[in-house]
Design a protein around this ligand. Sequence first.
Ligand code: ADP
Ligand code: MG
Length: 279
Amino acid sequence: MNSTLAQPAETGIRRPAQTGHIILDRVTVRFGEDVRGRRAIFDTSLEIRPREFVCLLGPSGCGKSTLLNCIAGYIRPSSGEVRVDGHIVERPGPERGMVFQQYSLFPWKSIRDNIAFGPLRAGKSRAEALAIADHFLTMIGLSGFSKRYPAELSGGMQQRVGIARALANYPSVLLMDEPFGALDAQTRAMMQESLLRIWGEVETTVVFVTHDVDEAIFLADRIVVMSAGPGRIIADQDVPLLRPRSPDILTDDTFIRIKKSCLARIRAESLKAFQQQNR
Ligand code: ADP
Ligand code: MG
């Protein structure tokens, strides 16, 4: 896709194409000072290409959030390093947007001002920041709600605002930590479709954490499966399903084949962990 098509002329923002290249180089994360302390992630390497949509899939506690937080810069690895576009990640930055499960909007600001917050902080004029906010409000289908406050919106709507707020910084990487985990199944399915449509309009690498196999396959170009004790990658699988995707693909043969293989892998690892714990 041509990068000039993806970003609106009126906001005057251009990012160089091919940004959002993530490298995890032998990352280990230990919580606690002791070198023998519990490792949440162990010696994990991974490369994510620009504009790729990668789902990190794994059971609760396997280190998905920890890995995402390393890319975001909220956690520094105990050893190894994370590089984004060649720069070692040392702290959070606007080029790496994060969307959490809790909506984490400013309750005292209108929807429009929530989205304009990042651009304003980055030094844009109020008029520019509001133009950017309006662009993303339209993209998420909520332009009629710009003056509303977060509490007046449903969970799904608030999460769309959360996505728009992250995108308003024109991040090269969008990090999403179980963003639809708190939503009911119906809303969740709508949000997945909505996210794919939005992603089709922006030039952004997405790393999306989930423990839901169907969600991972529906969304991703590639699924990275993690296992606990300590967290490491046990499978790395392409999802060769055509886009745009609709819920019809849930019954597609390729979808089912990938699902079986992911589930078998997760089950084998869970069984191993279970046997170790019960020895
Ligand atoms: P997931 O997101 O896959 O559920 P997390 O990355 O949150 O897993 O956690 C991985 C492991 O690291 C878990 O065992 C968790 O208890 C532990 N952990 C996470 N954050 C901290 C922390 N700040 N201090 C100590 N242990 C932590
Ligand atoms: Mg988590």
